[in-house]
Design a protein around this ligand. Structure first.
Ligand SMILES: C[S@@+](CC[C@H](N)C(=O)[O-])C[C@H]1O[C@@H](n2cnc3c(N)ncnc32)[C@H](O)[C@@H]1O
Length: 261
């Protein structure tokens, strides 16, 4: 495991090399930084993931001796709705396929995975037999589903732990809802985004932000900021097309929104 220690300390992308993951390289490194921080803050940690597909985002945790248990919740529908307004199709998406993939990564570790077919509307928190240290939400990309996933994660999380969201540039309204929920319920938290589109919430006393790799990303936070805005630029380009632009100009003028005194 010396090789693993070196790789995780270097946020080495080769920890993701065996199974393709739908995250990009910056996200992968942010996820590795969170894993590194979690393993430094604990003797051993438990990981829960919502939305696993081929198992790509599970593989660094499977390789990690400090990761004691892995829960994967995945509904595996053929078609899944998405806040971008386009449905996404996942063919041949099965738990059996994911486990076969993961066996190629670390066959001797496969027993630490509990894979649950379903979503957080149907799975009961009591099915998660261990307190979870680190959660990662990457299932259905709608605000409603993500909000439900967040509340589920909160219910199975240790007193001190972290919840990560993928695709923050898409499900940002759910993240806003999650933050409001924490405030309403007086939960002690810190929250920040990591490049390119990971959003992290520390709950209780779990200061992953103090990890050097995360701190560096927080200081250079231009990367995720620009990525998120630019990934949504197509919407601005659309509302700037001629007929819509004309309508907007007209309404702005009527309402006097473009005049300053
Ligand atoms: C974006 S993929 C996950 C990618 C994976 N984390 C990776 O890094 O490659 C989304 C996964 O969420 C699953 N999914 C879709 N709707 C879901 C829901 N409501 N609850 C849980 N999982 C869901 C899909 O079956 C799919 O496997």
């Amino acid at each position: 495991m010396i090789g693993f220690e070196k790789s995780i300390n270097n946020l080495d992308l080769k920890l993701f090399e065996k199974i393709s993951s739908q995250t990009n390289d910056h996200d992968k490194q942010s996820l590795l930084a969170c894993q590194l921080a979690a393993r430094e803050l604990t003797e051993g940690y438990n990981y829960l993931e919502i939305g696993s597909y081929l198992g790509g985002s599970i593989q660094p945790h499977l390789l990690d001796e400090k990761c004691l248990k892995i829960y994967s919740i995945d509904k595996r529908p053929l078609v899944q709705p998405d806040e971008r307004g386009v449905d996404y199709t996942y063919r041949n998406n099965s738990t059996a396929r994911m486990l076969e993939n993961l066996k190629t990564v670390a066959p001797e570790q496969i027993e630490k995975i509990t894979a649950i077919d379903g979503d957080t509307r149907s799975v009961k928190p009591s099915e998660i037999k261990d307190k979870i240290t680190l959660c990662y939400i990457d299932g259905e990309h709608t605000d409603e589903a993500v909000m439900g996933d967040f509340k589920f994660c909160l219910s199975v999380l240790s007193e001190n732990g972290a919840i990560l969201f993928d695709d923050a540039n898409i499900i940002y309204n759910a993240i806003a809802g999650a933050i409001a929920y924490l405030k309403q319920n007086s939960v002690n938290f810190r929250a920040f985004s990591l490049p390119d589109k990971i959003f992290a919430v520390e709950i209780g006393d779990f200061p992953i932000h103090q990890n050097k790799a995360i701190l560096e990303r927080l200081l250079n936070n231009y990367q995720g900021y620009l990525y998120s805005l630019q990934s949504n630029d197509l919407y601005r380009q659309f509302v700037n097309k001629k007929p819509i632009r004309f309508y907007r100009k007209f309404m702005t003028k009527i309402k006097g929104l473009n005049e300053f005194d």
